[in-house]
Design a protein around this ligand. Structure first.
Ligand SMILES: [Mn+2]
Length: 234
């Protein structure tokens, strides 16, 4: 089995369309969507597109899928920006979308050609909001992965692509489809038989113009992010 992984779409419809087009050409057997689907400027459009594949793709739940679907806000200790976006995104979605996001599993295991058993999670194997970064100290990572039996772990959440070893575990982050850091394009990966980290260029100018016409809170910030992906630490 050869698998495409798409993580952290963050309601970027233009980037998702571009990546799905690339994946179609890549002839994979399965697509894993690694969470954080609908938090961002075009939640409704992205969920409607993804729902076309709800029985075909494999989905796991990210922290913002949980936060949006449960309408988390300031009562849960979130900052104004995140709280406002969570509520706005939830308001854009249908009850079916919200139910879908709420009920997604936290992890999934697949047997992939040339790689063996691979564990897919959103943050770390023990938390959807714990970050494993390209430079996170191994001593910090060890307790996060100590109960994992698979040799390969795929995670997202930090929006930066990497492929690193921690002891005998290989940890891969496909990067973010919709809110890239450091990459000029939508990031994803193919697994099997090798690991291929991909960057798909898309028209960020028209993507940002498109969202500036919506009523998304903080849309200028998203537009700026699309045009000039920030360098968010190492
Ligand atoms: Mn996340």
């Amino acid at each position: 089995m050869r698998v495409a992984t798409i993580y952290d779409i963050h309601a970027n419809y233009s980037a998702l369309k571009a990546v799905l087009e690339e994946i179609r050409k890549a002839k994979v057997d399965q697509i894993v969507v690694g969470g954080d689907l609908a938090w961002g400027p075009e939640p409704r459009q992205v969920m409607e597109l993804l729902m076309e594949y709800k029985d075909e793709f494999i989905f796991i739940r990210g922290n913002v899928d949980r936060e949006v679907s449960y309408r988390h806000g300031k009562e849960q200790g979130l900052d104004d920006f995140t709280a406002e976006l969570n509520h706005w995104c939830a308001d854009q979605l249908t009850e079916e979308h919200l139910r879908f996001l709420k009920n997604l599993p936290k992890k999934k295991t697949l047997n992939i050609d040339g790689l063996g058993e691979v564990l897919f999670v959103h943050g770390s194997p023990r938390s959807d909001e714990e970050a494993i970064r390209i430079n996170t100290n191994e001593n910090e990572i060890r307790p996060m992965i100590e109960n994992v039996s698979q040799d390969i772990i795929v995670c997202g959440h930090t929006h930066i692509q990497f492929d690193r070893m921690v002891d005998d575990k290989r940890i891969i982050n496909p990067g973010s489809v919709g809110l890239q850091s450091r990459a000029n394009g939508a990031c994803w990966a193919i697994l099997g038989p090798e690991v291929e980290l991909k960057v798909t260029p898309y028209d960020t100018k028209s993507a940002s113009e498109r969202i500036l016409k919506t009523n998304t809170p903080y849309k200028e910030d998203f537009a700026e992010h699309y045009l000039n992906p920030p360098y968010e630490g190492p």
